[in-house]
Design a protein around this ligand. Structure first.
Ligand SMILES: NC(=O)c1ccc[n+]([C@@H]2O[C@H](COP(=O)([O-])OP(=O)(O)OC[C@H]3O[C@@H](n4cnc5c(N)ncnc54)[C@H](O)[C@@H]3O)[C@@H](O)[C@H]2O)c1
Length: 361
């Protein structure tokens, strides 16, 4: 079988995912794109490509002889670039989140339907090894019916809001923290096999990092109600002083609960010690060394920087193309994971009111 040709857009994440595609037996890197000529050249050398395979212009790149486009560009470009890729007969693996407006999420779903191409959102946190272990525990109904879950993603990235050297505002300065909800809601909604129907949120004060914009809101807290009747609480900040960054989840069911640790982010440690408590099996909660990486995965699987998550994510995406099946985080799911954050921010701005969260098929 001939190899699938991959095009990468956006040098940062593109290079990370590129190394996974390069190692996969079914894919090869055939084109790259970045508006920054220096980043493009560095990426070209990394992947050993010819100058003719490197594009500064996305509209030229999208017409290249490739089967798959990985979108690693800033969030505001995702919708337009995904739609152009699909309409040019390419499968799309898009960085998070899907888009920055509800309408754009809907448009991507429509375009996937129209073109029949595969679309997957690269929500890598769902692929953390411990999340996959929790999936098995939940599928075995060890926790009973899940009625509550929470997630906290607190990651100080002030230098990505305003360039510390030039003082120039960067795209994240206009991204409300709760827009970046997929690392919180993605794993939880996938584990619960559920979607959000209502959202409310609090948080519009900017007190720590002034004159940057809405991205510098101190903290946003969202509360979400799901179709199956569960409640989800979520915390998000990109300016709060805290090291290492926090990636935390807990899930409560009628028969038990599970959570990871409050210390480690995959950048700082592979182990995130938490608990598992199953009524009837445990007198007190078991302390568990949950890990971001699958200890059984090959060495190259750890290259993405987030444990082994991106290795398994790319594998699932390629399998969906090869077997003509629905990617695990397809366009409908991607919208279900993205839109609640957009609505939650609207709620926070309107005085913490409850708002309906739309769903598109
Ligand atoms: N899943 C994760 O763990 C994770 C981690 C970091 C970033 N991200 C996501 O990855 C994406 C990129 O984030 P980043 O921090 O690398 O962004 P960035 O601002 O560093 O930009 C990435 C690259 O894209 C290029 N670029 C910008 N606009 C472009 C355009 N219109 N066409 C082609 N190239 C363009 C830039 O020159 C840069 O090299 C975002 O969507 C972000 O949310 C995800």
């Amino acid at each position: 079988m001939r190899k699938l040709k991959v095009g990468l857009v956006g040098a940062g994440r593109g290079t990370g995912y590129g190394s996974q595609f390069r190692n996969h037996t079914r894919t090869e890197i055939s084109a790259i794109c970045d508006i920054n000529p220096e980043s493009l050249e560095k990426m070209r050398v990394t992947f050993g490509l010819k100058k003719s395979q490197a594009f500064e212009n996305y509209d030229d790149f999208v017409k290249a002889d490739i089967d798959i486009i990985f979108l690693g560009t800033p969030m505001p470009f995702h919708a337009e670039q995904a739609i152009k890729a699909l309409e040019n007969d390419k499968h799309v693996l898009s960085e998070v989140t899907m888009a920055t407006t509800v309408k754009d999420c809907e448009n991507i779903i429509r375009t996937v339907k129209k073109t029949g191409k595969k679309y997957m959102m690269a929500e890598n946190y769902f692929y953390f090894h411990f999340i996959q272990e929790w999936k098995r525990i939940i599928e075995e109904e060890k926790l009973g019916r899940i009625f509550y879950a929470e997630s906290e993603y607190v990651h100080e990235i002030r230098n990505l809001l305003r360039d510390p050297k030039t003082g120039k505002l960067l795209w994240r300065s206009s991204r409300p923290p709760i827009y970046y909800c997929s690392h919180c809601l993605g794993p939880l909604l996938m584990l619960l096999d559920d979607r959000v129907i209502k959202a409310t949120a609090s948080g519009k004060a900017i007190s720590m990092v002034k004159e940057v914009g809405i991205g510098a809101i101190d903290m946003q807290v969202g509360i979400f109600e799901t179709q199956k009747g569960a409640t989800i609480k979520m915390l998000r900040s990109q300016v709060v002083p805290r090291e290492p960054p926090l990636v935390y989840y807990s899930i409560y069911g009628t028969k038990g609960c599970v959570e990871n640790g409050r210390w480690a982010h995959p950048y700082s440690s592979d182990i995130t010690t938490g608990i598992l408590y199953i009524e009837g099996e445990d007198k007190v909660a078991r302390k568990v060394d949950w890990t971001y990486s699958d200890p059984k995965a090959p060495g190259e699987a750890r290259k993405g920087g987030h444990g082994t998550s991106e290795y398994y994510l790319v594998k699932d995406f390629i399998d969906a193309i090869d077997n003509d099946t629905k990617p695990p985080i397809d366009a409908v799911r991607a919208a279900d994971i993205t839109i609640p954050g957009l609505i939650a921010h609207e709620s926070a701005m309107k005085g913490n009111i409850w708002l309906d969260v739309p769903h598109f098929e």
